[in-house]
Design a protein around this ligand. Structure first.
Ligand code: G3I
Length: 398
């Protein structure tokens, strides 16, 4: 009887503990064997953001559930407060690259620009090609129209760009100048342009994309060939001499996160600053791609080390391209990416501007450059606000 009692007790105990658990070993998932080749050096591989224990964790923006998509035939509502007002309240700017033609001819474009943005940058009009089509002959008409619009609407005007290996006039690029002649051409261009816009353009991209595609050194441009590596400091010194009040920027793409080109950029900037070259800021272009990099941690680390050099940071050419036409899910993911980028800027005291590379998707450079891609901005082909607009709104407001 006693034995039966013990047996009953054991059976009851076992059944109370439930079925035996089999320990499943946890191992990291296998790396995919068919990982795509990253063809474009500007895009860093996507990494899951690891949050350091001491790191500040930002509130994340939750996209509208995809099960309740925005009706496609109705615009997303604009918020009452503009992005410009929110940005100004934070002591930063939200900007857009502007083309002269739509600004003058398309009232929807110009109204949206004036309402939502606190800063504008010339998408093309202030590049050397349009500005000095023949040696010594300057055409300021496009730039002047942009500046007038900015002044009329209380917006800041940013200049892009005093030097570039693209969109330079043929006479400048193929002139076979000696070093001395090339220095003179460069100095004259910079002095004439910055003097013309003195007091009107508050910040200039002085040099644009001077690091080579692979990120290993200076680009083998006609400026490097005719002058040598010191063309960069010559350009900055010429700009400072002509307009001592303008902020002078070094602008680059594909150097937003850590590693690769970003290391070259950091080392170059440090070296130039150590030599006393008058550089006030660094422009991180941020032509990003849906499901691409940088991840939040790398982006913040890179901005911090640039800030530690004493540099102002502008996100100068932000867009996040997508396979187009995009689904609601993809638009929501794009919005999340926007939220990360703008939040990172808002939380970095040295970051003073976020500039979109265009006002709306219909005038964006992306479809012309990347087949099947587009929809990289905050407003769609019909100027309707996209989820990305609301994400930027929330990021500026938080
Ligand atoms: O102005 C001419 C016009 O007269 C001509 O009829 C027409 C015919 O194609 O071309 C017009 O010029 C075009 C210009 O944009 C103005 O619309 C050029 O062909 C075209 O190549 C040029 O593209 C610009 C591109 O820079 C030049 O490489 C894009 O609009 C502009 O968004 C893009 O911006 C660059 C930044 O400056 C630097 N970072 C990358 C960014 C995107 O490529």
């Amino acid at each position: 009887m006693r034995k039966l009692g013990i047996l009953l007790f054991v059976v009851l105990l076992l059944s109370a503990c439930g079925p035996a658990q089999t320990a499943v070993p946890t191992s990291p998932p296998e790396a995919p064997t068919n990982a795509p080749v990253v063809a474009e050096p500007t895009v860093e591989p996507t990494q899951a953001p690891t949050v350091e224990p001491t790191k500040k964790v930002y509130p994340t923006w939750t996209p509208r559930p995809t099960s309740t998509p925005f009706p496609t035939n109705e615009p997303l509502p604009f918020e009452e407060t503009s992005l410009a007002e929110l940005a100004r309240a934070r002591g930063i700017d939200i900007g857009a690259a502007v083309s002269v033609d739509p600004m003058l001819r398309d009232s929807q474009y110009s109204e949206l620009l004036a309402r939502e943005f606190s800063l504008m940058v010339a998408e093309n009009a202030l590049k050397p090609g349009p500005l000095q089509p023949q040696q010594g002959v300057f055409d300021f008409s496009g730039g002047d129209a942009l500046v007038a619009f900015a002044e009329e609407n209380g917006m800041r005007m940013r200049g892009h760009t005093l030097l570039w290996h693209q969109q330079s006039p043929a006479w400048m690029e193929k002139g076979n100048f000696s070093r001395e002649e090339a220095i003179q051409v460069l100095e004259e261009h910079i002095a004439t342009v910055t003097t013309h816009y003195k007091g009107k353009v508050y910040a200039w991209d002085v040099v644009n994309e001077v690091i080579d595609q692979g990120g290993n050194g200076l680009r083998d441009s006609f400026w490097l060939q005719s002058i040598g590596p010191d063309y960069i400091e010559i350009a900055f010194r010429a700009a400072r001499a002509a307009d001592p009040d303008a902020l002078l920027f070094f602008n680059e793409y594909g150097a937003e996160g850590m590693g690769g080109k970003s290391e070259t950029q950091y080392a170059l900037l440090k070296d130039l600053l150590d030599k006393g070259v008058p550089i006030d800021g660094v422009g991180l272009q941020a032509h990003l791609q849906y499901q691409g990099g940088p991840n939040q941690m790398d982006f913040e680390r890179n901005m911090q080390r640039l800030a530690d050099l004493g540099l102002i940071i502008h996100i100068t050419e932000l867009d996040i391209r997508l396979p187009s036409p995009a689904t609601q899910k993809v638009l929501d993911e794009q919005a999340e990416f926007y939220h990360m980028v703008v939040t990172a800027c808002v939380n970095q005291p040295a970051c003073k501007a976020v500039i979109l590379w265009g006002v709306s998707d219909n005038y964006s450079w992306i479809p012309g450059q990347y087949r099947g891609m587009g929809e990289g901005l905050l407003f769609d082909l019909l100027y309707k606000p996209k989820p990305a607009y609301h994400a930027v709104y929330e990021a500026l407001k938080q």
